[in-house]
Ligand binder design. Structure first.
Ligand SMILES: [Fe+2]
Length: 161
């Protein structure tokens, strides 16, 4: 008589999965918020370097979406769900610095940088917290940090002396 084969949902230890979810979930939610608030900035920028800033905001939105996908799929690959519904994102992320309405480009660039900096706090916490728990999840966070810091550089170069 053959023994029924059961395939585990995930190859990972439950402790590892829980830690990855704990540290990567805030990163996912912050990045999802940036995809929405970055579009707000994309639509309402006015003034100096309009075309460049308008297009850069769209690139930052696209990057944020890709980073969020990468972090969310790491959690799911470890067997856990993530609640990234819009109401949950709104409840658990800090208020955006992006205002409603048309805004001058220098101000809006600073606002989006402030939003990115808030996300970077969670990304750094993930890198540190995952260091002795799961290097593969940490690698996801490190890649996101590299990308976000590059986007931050592109933004800050518009307003730096
Ligand atoms: Fe557009």
């Amino acid at each position: 008589m053959s023994k029924a084969q059961t395939t585990p949902t995930t190859a990972s230890d439950p402790t590892v999965a829980a830690a990855a979810a704990q540290f990567l979930s805030p990163v996912v939610l912050g990045l999802q918020a940036l995809t929405v608030n970055g579009k707000q900035a994309h639509w309402h920028v006015r003034g100096a370097n309009f075309v460049g800033v308008h297009e850069l905001f769209d690139q930052i939105v696209a990057n944020a979406g890709a980073f969020a996908d990468s972090a969310a799929e790491r959690i799911v690959a470890l067997g856990l769900p993530i609640d990234a519904r819009l109401a949950t994102v709104a409840e658990k992320t800090a208020a955006t610095s992006v205002p409603a309405g048309f805004t001058k480009s220098d101000e809006l660039v600073s606002n989006v940088i402030a939003d990115i900096d808030a996300i970077l706090v969670d990304v750094k916490a993930a890198i540190e917290g995952l260091d002795e728990i799961d290097l593969t999840s940490q690698d996801v966070a490190i890649e996101i940090m590299r990308g976000l810091e590059k986007d931050r550089w592109f933004l800050v170069s518009h307003i730096a002396a």
